[in-house]
Design a protein around this ligand. Structure first.
Ligand code: GDP
Ligand code: MG
Length: 176
């Protein structure tokens, strides 16, 4: 964890999960309160920052975003380096993105280490009438790995702030 003059702490967190689950929109919703209907594929690695107050401390969060399929091992290493937390995102409408969670979970554990805080995020809950992944199944998956589960909508902003804040608070409790 680095220190900077304006913030008490700087945390790096990374977004992981299959392509098109909503990672970039969760990021833009959280950092700029923006949402886009078009899927714009992330080129390489991008990051945005936002300052968050926890316990009266100012935490500058640097959030890294990438496009799942475009990654190579060399990028992977740099992507996870010094990451203190990750949101592993899947799409509750698309079962394959849930079935792929083990790949993401294992990649996080292999590259960011055992101490990296994780939150599992089921996105697109605004479309819950079309869900193919049951809440109970996702919840159980998370519980088996001792990580929290939350359902979000980048479209209508449901739980987006909560998902990021809960991860940041967990990192804060762990490191600060
Ligand atoms: P990424 O590839 O994981 O970064 O996914 P994007 O953020 O690019 O989103 C992929 C597509 O899903 C885009 O068409 C978004 O508009 C849409 N999308 C993202 N989040 C939501 C959401 O919460 N609800 C709905 N209905 N669509 C979403
Ligand atoms: Mg993206």
């Amino acid at each position: 964890m680095a220190e900077s003059s304006s913030a008490d702490y700087v945390f790096k967190i990374v977004l992981t999960g299959d392509s098109a689950v909503g990672k970039s929109n969760l990021l833009s919703r959280f950092t700029r309160n923006e949402f886009s209907l078009e899927s714009r594929s992330t080129i390489g690695v991008e990051f945005s920052t936002k300052e968050v107050q926890i316990d009266g401390k100012t935490i500058k969060v640097q959030i890294w975003d990438t496009a799942g399929q475009e990654r190579f091992m060399a990028i992977t290493k740099a992507y996870y380096r010094n990451a203190l937390g990750t949101l592993i995102v899947f799409d509750i409408l698309k079962a394959s993105t849930f079935q792929n969670l083990d790949n993401w979970y294992n990649e996080v554990r292999a590259n960011a280490g055992i101490e990296c805080s994780i939150i599992l995020v089921g996105n697109k809950v605004d479309q819950r009438h079309m869900r193919t992944v049951l809440y109970e199944n996702a919840k159980r998956y998370a519980e088996e790995r001792n990580i929290p589960y939350i359902e979000t909508s980048a479209l209508d902003a449901t739980n987006v702030e909560q998902a990021f804040r809960s991860l940041i608070a967990d990192i804060y409790r762990h490191w600060a």
